[in-house]
Write a new protein. Structure first.
Lengths: 110, 113
């Protein structure tokens, strides 16, 4: 059974550009969460979705947005990229409250 | 891949020794706690969890202790192996529904042969 899959694995963008990151949860998992992990720190919560509805949002600017599709996959969008957005973006899926993480997308903004 | 623990506190142990990693959590309302292991270039991997109605839980070679009075968690790894080398994070949340995880700062465990 496939785990949480994220794409792409690595990405380089220029300041001011936008980016879309994708996540496919474990089959049967209806909740998807997004986390940002800056080098040397623990993951920070960005968004949580359940059944296509936003259930929680962390302390991130409006440049960050997300959505969940009918098949429970999810996209994280970041507009007007800043150098400080460079990080590992992690997706986690959950069935009953336990969280399984993907390997992340490494975003570098130059 | 890049290391996730370049600036984190490091615990260095000899192979075969027992390791103890500590964590202070922040929210008195948190009632569910998880330890994750993160290797370079990978996402956090579940190790063991504990609910607030317990003060100790054991897994295979790992034990988690919870002290709610001082909001402290510890992860004990018995007979530490080179494959245990990674960054370890504690995370707290509230149970009941889908709630965000709040991660601690992390500790790098370095196991030397």
């Amino acid at each position: 059974d496939a785990g949480v899959t994220q794409s792409p694995t690595h990405l380089i963008k220029t300041r001011g550009q936008h980016v879309t990151l994708r996540c496919s949860p474990i089959s049967g998992h209806k909740s998807v969460s997004w986390y940002q992990q800056v080098l040397g720190q623990g993951p920070q919560f960005i968004f949580q979705y359940y059944e296509k509805e936003e259930r929680g949002r962390g302390n991130f600017p409006d440049r960050f947005s997300a959505r969940q599709f009918p098949n429970y996959s999810s996209e994280l969008n970041v507009n007007a990229l800043l150098l400080g957005d460079s990080a590992l973006y992690l997706c986690a899926s959950s069935l009953t409250g336990g969280y399984t993480f993907g390997s992340g997308t490494r975003l570098t903004v130059v | 891949g890049e290391s996730v623990g370049l600036h984190l506190p490091t615990l260095s142990v000899q192979e075969g020794d027992n390791s103890i990693i500590n964590c202070a959590y922040s929210n008195s309302a948190s009632d569910y706690f998880i330890w994750y292991k993160q290797e370079s270039g990978k996402g956090p991997q579940f190790i063991i969890d504990i609910r607030s109605n317990m003060d100790k839980r054991q897994g295979q070679r790992v034990t988690v202790l919870l002290n709610k009075t001082v909001k402290h968690l510890s992860l004990q790894i018995a007979a530490t192996q080179p494959g245990d080398s990674a960054v370890y994070f504690c995370a707290e949340t509230t149970s009941g529904g889908y709630n965000k995880l709040i991660f601690g700062a992390g500790t790098r465990l370095a196991v030397h042969p």
